[in-house]
Design a protein around this ligand. Structure first.
Ligand code: 8YV
Length: 324
């Protein structure tokens, strides 16, 4: 008998078709009423779940008695209650590697836009404000040659650092749990404590996963350590930054600006950030290119298929539950 796969976020018709070759597939449909109700009704039948952007743990999964695997179409997995997965022996898979370069591109887009005021001055031009040549009040700040601080030198952090070092001649500082000697050799990156990195960097880029340890890693004290000319970039997870503290720092000029892709509460429908010309606010699009989202879907499909057919999935987050 075919096992059952339930999607917990939108999946493309092509993905659903591929899954149907091996599995019964349930994709909640907004035309058929409440999506959550459809999801909850189907849960007791599901052997596998696939999707992204949903909190899943004890509370949400208690009725999923047959569940063997959750295949997340994301690299981050802070929205899954891993302890509960381990307790139940449910496999969790993610999609690392395939989004590294696109996410690093986006970090740099935010960095450039914040420094050179790209989004702000685009809106200004389109509003018909360009009546004579721009003045110092519209000038930005240079990127090339400035010091780039990477908080969390994993794969994405390293890809951002390479862009800075090789493309923009930026000295690289990094902080995190461990020294990366090969990156120190490759681009002369220098290890710092977080406090030192904050004090020395012109651009601080947050690339740490969200955990109890990194929640509000950047708050009032840390923002005060930064140079008043510095710019904060967050492409990791919103709660890594204490958002009200950041808003205050931006309002008071404690730091020059911020480029944000992630927020404490998403989607961000209303925020004092929208009133701040020194904040660039993007709607969580780090991996949102056609090519990368396709690659992530392919990887998640492969992980799910392997797990349900009894093969060890490539990207098993919790190998301790593997029974193979
Ligand atoms: C998207 C991400 O949030 O992979 C992650 O961890 O943050 C992003 O790629 C996710 O894939 C939602 O579709």
């Amino acid at each position: 008998m075919k096992k059952t796969v339930l999607a917990f976020s939108r999946v493309s018709p092509e993905m659903a078709e591929r899954l149907q070759q091996d599995f019964n597939v349930i994709v909640p449909n907004p035309k058929l009423g409440d999506m959550n109700a459809q999801f909850n009704d189907a849960l007791p039948h599901a052997h596998g779940l696939i999707g992204a952007g949903r909190t899943l743990g004890r509370e949400q999964l208690h009725s999923a008695a047959k569940l063997e695997v959750v295949s997340s179409i994301s690299v981050g997995y802070d929205n899954y209650e891993l302890g509960y997965f381990n307790e139940r022996g449910i496999m969790l898979t993610n999609t690392p590697d395939v989004l590294t370069e696109s996410t690093a591109d986006l970090a740099f887009a935010l960095l450039m836009s914040s420094a050179r005021r790209v989004a702000e001055l685009d809106a200004w031009t389109k509003a018909g404000q360009w009546k004579r040549t721009v003045e110092a009040s519209h000038f930005g700040t240079d990127v090339h040659g400035k010091t780039l601080g990477i908080v969390g030198m994993g794969n994405i952090g390293a890809a951002i650092a390479r862009r800075g070092h090789f493309g923009f001649n930026m000295p690289i500082l990094y902080s995190g749990n461990s020294r990366k000697t090969s990156l120190e050799q490759e681009m002369g990156a220098q290890y710092r404590s977080l406090d030192q990195l904050l004090a020395e960097s012109d651009f601080v880029c947050l690339v740490v996963p969200l955990s109890e340890k990194t929640k509000h890693l950047i708050s009032t004290r840390e923002l005060a350590l930064m140079k008043s000319s510095a710019i904060l970039i967050n492409i990791s997870r919103g709660p890594v930054v204490d958002e009200p503290a950041l808003i205050e720092a931006l309002q008071q000029g404690t730091i020059r600006g911020a480029g944000l892709d992630v927020y404490e509460k998403e989607p961000l429908a209303e925020s004092p950030l929208f009133q701040l010309s020194n904040a660039v606010t993007l709607p969580h699009i780090g991996s949102a290119t056609h090519e990368t989202r396709q690659a992530m879907a392919d990887r998640a499909y492969a992980n799910l298929r392997s797990a349900l057919l009894g093969e060890r999935p490539q990207d098993l987050v919790n190998p301790q539950v593997w029974k193979g």
